[in-house]
Ligand binder design. Structure first.
Ligand code: ADP
Length: 359
């Protein structure tokens, strides 16, 4: 039995552990004691995911080492082999370095510049920007509008860059994987349905886009993983602008929320691809057999999550992450599948109504 060492035991690791059962792979996870995947993995190391002193211990127990979280101590990896490799992680764990990589390789993304102080922005008075932290932000928490009177001077002590504000028509994502042999597979595109307040409402796949756009996204994904000599699963988020331009927004060197539906809707899941690519096995089919819509469950208790699925709602799959409920915390998701996307979305909306009763 092969052994996969995972830095991180969050919900992504939990779903990797679930997939590993069908591959005859054992998972060993490093994370704090209450992390979700510690319940499922075959062996565990308790500690912080950015405590580099634990990496050697994890590597000794594993055939292959990989990550499920970007919050790791890259310097501490030393000579240890990791998938994706250290060079890829250096770029992908820092959004500013991602932007430089995209620019150097002429891959379309919004124009940007590094910001070291307020005056860098004040000099560009005509521009309309969004400010982004190069690392540490997630789910919109590292993104700020400009001008912004709430930002204190010490904000600019972190690595920050400004990006030209785009008129976004659609937010899209694609999951791609590549093994060491150079095989590449991508899943059909996902669309993020945003609310009026620009927060995520739900996700659905296949995205409501022309086939040519899907191909354009696939080509960009292939280009990126090839240029990076990437091994593993990579999630790529895109903007389709109102003028029809396809821009790469950001990338994550791991499975992603926009690929959760692949568990139920596709012939293999993004988590199967973590395993296949890590061991350089053939990448399984990414064919999507059903339409899917995914609703994230935020701040709900286990009982509340479990009470959401009425028996009359067909094709609904609850994934509870075994995390204590806190306001704003993602504690699970429900994937709704159906032959027609409208049916999956209709069921999702019924559950959204039930959630409102808990508010
Ligand atoms: P995070 O990794 O925290 O999700 P993103 O870079 O994806 O950060 O930004 C969060 C959201 O902010 C995006 O989903 C999008 O709605 C908005 N946004 C980000 N960059 C831009 C931009 N250049 N122009 C307009 N809106 C943007």
């Amino acid at each position: 039995m092969k052994k996969l060492g995972l830095i991180g035991a969050g919900q992504l690791a939990y779903m990797i552990c679930e997939a590993a059962k069908t591959w005859d792979v054992a998972c060993i996870c490093l994370d704090k004691s209450d992390a979700p995947a510690h319940r499922l993995c075959q062996d565990r190391i308790v500690g912080s995911t950015n405590d580099g002193t634990k990496y050697t211990e994890l590597a000794k127990k594993s055939d292959v080492l990989t990550i499920e979280i970007e919050k790791i101590d890259l310097e501490a990896l030393g000579d240890l082999n990791i998938i994706p490799n250290e060079q890829c992680l250096k770029i992908l764990c820092n959004k500013y370095l991602q932007k430089e990589f995209l620019q150097e390789n002429k891959i379309p993304s919004a124009p940007f510049f590094l910001v070291t102080s307020r005056s860098d922005l004040e000099r560009n008075k005509d521009g309309s920007f969004v400010l982004k932290l190069a690392s540490g932000g997630y789910d919109g928490r590292g993104v700020f509008t400009w001008p912004n009177s709430d930002l204190k001077d010490d904000f600019f002590h972190s690595q920050v860059y400004a990006e030209e504000k785009q008129e976004i028509a659609k937010e899209l994502a694609m999951i791609v994987s590549r093994n060491a042999k150079g095989q590449i597979a991508s899943f059909p595109a996902t669309e993020m349905q945003m609310r009026e307040d620009k927060q995520l409402d739900y996700l659905f796949s296949p995205a409501a886009i022309e086939e040519t756009l899907n191909h354009q996204m696939q080509d960009i994904c292939k280009n990126i993983v090839t240029k990076l000599n990437y091994q593993g699963v990579l999630a790529i988020e895109f903007f389709l602008t109102k003028s029809g331009e396809l821009l790469v927004n950001e990338m994550a060197p791991r499975p992603h929320n926009s690929g959760h539906h692949t568990i139920e809707a596709c012939e293999s899941s993004q988590f199967d691809h973590v395993i296949a690519s890590a061991f350089d096995w053939d990448l399984p089919s990414t064919k999507q057999n059903q339409a899917a819509a995914v609703l994230n469950l935020i701040g709900l208790s286990k009982e509340q999550c479990e009470s959401l699925l009425e028996p009359e709602i067909r094709g609904a799959y609850l994934h509870y992450y075994h995390k204590a409920a806190r306001p704003g915390r993602k504690v699970g998701h429900i994937c709704f599948v159906a032959q027609r996307l409208e049916d999956a979305v209709e069921n999702l909306k019924k559950v959204q109504e039930r959630i409102k009763e808990y508010a």
